[in-house]
Design a protein around this ligand. Structure first.
Ligand code: ATP
Ligand code: MG
Length: 630
């Protein structure tokens, strides 16, 4: 990468600060961050002491580059903190999970006591199938309460879960089952999506045909289709549960024992099997749920992700349940039966913390504000975002149309690899549209050049994390060399693979992926800036830009654009869009080509896959597209 990488940082429209954060816990940002810097081990150990351990640790952290051990020799079971602690404390009959299917006729509620009881029974049922500590179990399920039960049941007995999003096809499932060497697969007869019934079990049938590691398949029957189960190999979810003992003592886990394997989204390449361990992950997700979301006992938390993504693992299951929150889970998509369904859900249930991805927000913008306007969104208190840069335009819309200029927008930057939030704008802090925020206390992040020197404010570079944190990945399954690369690319830092820029206040803006960087006339361009400049125009719903080889400039910018409802492609509009980008970012960033498209290629978790656009445009092989949405 060449060194000139200036980013235009506009000092505009910083939004009001909020003062209602409860500061009794970690406290205000600055002093909390300072306390962390003064004594990191003490900072983490104080948080860890709020949780239950079977045996305390010898050392908070041991580091031998690039391998970290956190809470060494401590013993625990994460389910004790997510369940037993509440059942034995004051939350026995508090609602743990609320589930809503595709309509309000399908709702279920589980208290902490009920969830605990089901988890213990299903944990014993898994033991009955021969699952032991350290065995891998693959979950390929619809988003129903049993999915959460199955996740926690694995953790209860020390089985390593590997969740595969229920929208993947047989090949993607097969390769993940084999990579993780799963002994058991847990699935359901069907899932529902946009009113359609998807035969999940037949996808599993296909996926396990040449996966000899799989000994048993557990099938949750949701319908009266009564599909035949193959004797010996296939068993019924509730039948094995009914025959299991009700009490399952938690397996004693070492802090460094693996908790799960999870494959990344595959936005920039072949998905990597990220390995997380029990102790550090528990502390990191507990801390960030409580601090970043400012979680209170009265909150109703709705994270719209699926458990198949890290966001679902950390901020639907482990984080919120470890804090004793009430968690809403829902099988809906944002625009079926209509684009008001999520807002209706917020109103009906009284959601207070809402956490979603920019792709959904941009989709809502495309349909217009009349949809959220139909519902009362007064219960909302905090609005979160994760997954991609939240462009200023989408930020403003989310802030005004959903939050009614009342709720802080908490943008959170993190990765499957990091396990927990790393950068965020905290409740009570100044919000800057376009910027994610600052490293949270506990995290040392920076923007550096390729030699590891910090970049000055306004100069873009590589986003790195300079010190280990509890919930960092420990390795990549079957590819430790790839793990080491994360810590050996720039100095001794962890390189995230993202490009970013800092401002004078230390706020960080993610400007793209290092794999997607565009170099025009020796000048580096992140994709996010140009895309945001396009999306800021009324007609544009979403945009993706790529670099194309150019004989004079090295590369030129090509933009793919989808339009909002009510706009039609035309030459005049093209020229307008190009002109406006030129005006806001200068000639370097000006697209030389614009193509109107109906939709952009995305991962199933909703991220734009620029490498697919680029390959297609240049007639090249797109590489691994197993995570491409249909
Ligand atoms: P792969 O690593 O396989 O290419 P992926 O990086 O999309 O896939 P995830 O771990 O799901 O897999 O996503 C993490 C990435 O998502 C980050 O590296 C970053 O690029 C992007 N991201 C997440 N949150 C934010 C955010 N708040 N702002 C900007 N980008 C974000
Ligand atoms: Mg990644």
């Amino acid at each position: 990468m060449s060194d000139n990488f200036d980013v235009k940082l506009e000092k505009k429209s910083y939004l009001p600060e909020y003062s209602y954060r409860d500061n009794s816990w970690i406290g205000e940002y600055e002093p909390a961050y300072q306390r962390f810097l003064d004594d990191p081990e003490r900072f983490w150990s104080e948080i860890a002491h709020e949780l239950e351990w079977m045996q305390p640790w010898d050392n908070v952290m041991e580091w031998e580059h690039p391998y970290a051990k956190w809470f060494t020799n401590a013993k625990l079971n994460i389910t004790c903190n997510c369940l037993d602690r509440h059942v034995n404390g004051d939350k026995r009959n508090k609602v743990a999970l609320m589930w809503r299917g595709e309509d309000e006729l399908h709702e279920r509620v589980l208290t902490y006591r009920q969830l605990h009881a089901q988890v213990m029974r299903f944990a014993n049922a898994l033991k009955g199938l021969g699952v032991r500590k350290g065995d891998a179990v693959c979950l390929y399920m619809p988003f129903v309460p049993e999915h959460v039960v199955a996740i926690l049941a694995c953790a209860r007995i020390g089985a390593v879960h590997s969740i595969v999003y229920g929208g993947f096809g047989a090949d993607a499932l097969n390769s993940r089952i084999r990579d993780a060497n799963a002994k058991v697969v847990i699935t359901a007869d069907v899932s529902y999506r946009r009113g359609k019934t998807i035969m999940l079990k037949s996808i599993v049938d296909e996926a396990v045909t040449n996966a000899s590691c799989v000994e048993k398949v557990v099938v949750l029957k949701r319908t009266n289709l009564n599909i035949e189960l193959m004797p010996e190999k296939e068993v019924d979810f509730y039948e094995i549960m009914a025959n299991a003992d009700p009490v399952c003592e938690p397996e004693v886990m070492d802090a460094e024992d693996p908790l799960f394997i999870l494959y990344t989204s595959g936005t920039t390449g072949k998905p990597k099997g990220i390995v997380h361990t029990c102790g550090g992950y528990m502390v990191g997700t507990y801390y960030t749920t409580k601090y970043v979301f400012d979680m209170k006992d009265s909150d109703v938390h709705w994270c719209t992700a699926d458990p198949g993504w890290i966001t679902g693992h950390s901020y639907i299951v482990y984080g919120p349940l470890s804090t004793g929150a009430t968690v809403l889970i829902s099988e809906t998509v944002p625009d079926y039966p209509d684009p008001g369904i999520w807002w209706k859900t917020v109103e009906d249930i009284g959601v207070t913390i809402f956490y979603t991805a920019p792709t959904s927000i941009r989709m809502f913008m495309k349909y217009g504000e009349e949809w959220p306007k139909k519902y009362n969104l007064d219960s909302l208190r905090i609005l979160g975002s994760v997954g991609e840069p939240l462009n200023p335009e989408a930020f403003e819309w989310y802030y005004r149309k959903i939050g009614k200029a009342r709720c802080p927008i908490i943008d959170t930057w993190w990765q499957t690899e990091t396990g927990m939030h790393m950068l965020a704008t905290l409740v009570g802090d100044k919000m800057k549209p376009g910027f994610t925020g600052k490293p949270i206390p506990g995290v040392i992040a920076d923007v550096v050049d390729k030699d590891g020197n910090p970049c000055a404010p306004g100069i873009g570079g590589l986003l790195v994390i300079k010190a280990p944190w509890p919930s960092m990945m420990r390795t990549i399954h079957n590819d430790d060399e790839r793990y080491r690369q994360y810590w050996n690319t720039v100095g001794n830092y962890y390189t995230a693979g993202d490009l970013a820029v800092k401002d004078e206040d230390g706020y960080i803006m993610v400007i793209g992926r290092s794999d997607d960087v565009i170099i025009v006339a020796g000048h580096n361009l992140g994709t996010a800036e140009v895309e945001s400049a396009l999306v800021s125009q009324e007609a544009v719903a979403e945009a993706a830009v790529i670099g194309k080889p150019d004989p004079v400039k090295g590369q030129s910018v090509k933009a793919f654009v989808t339009l909002c409802v009510g706009y039609k492609p035309s030459e005049a509009l093209k020229n307008d869009l190009i002109y406006n980008v030129r005006m806001s970012l200068g000639p370097i960033a000006m697209p030389s080509e614009i193509e109107f498209v109906d939709s952009l290629p995305k991962t199933r978790s909703g991220k734009i896959m620029r490498r697919v656009l680029k390959a297609k445009d240049m007639g090249l092989d797109p590489g691994d597209i197993s995570t491409l949405e249909e």
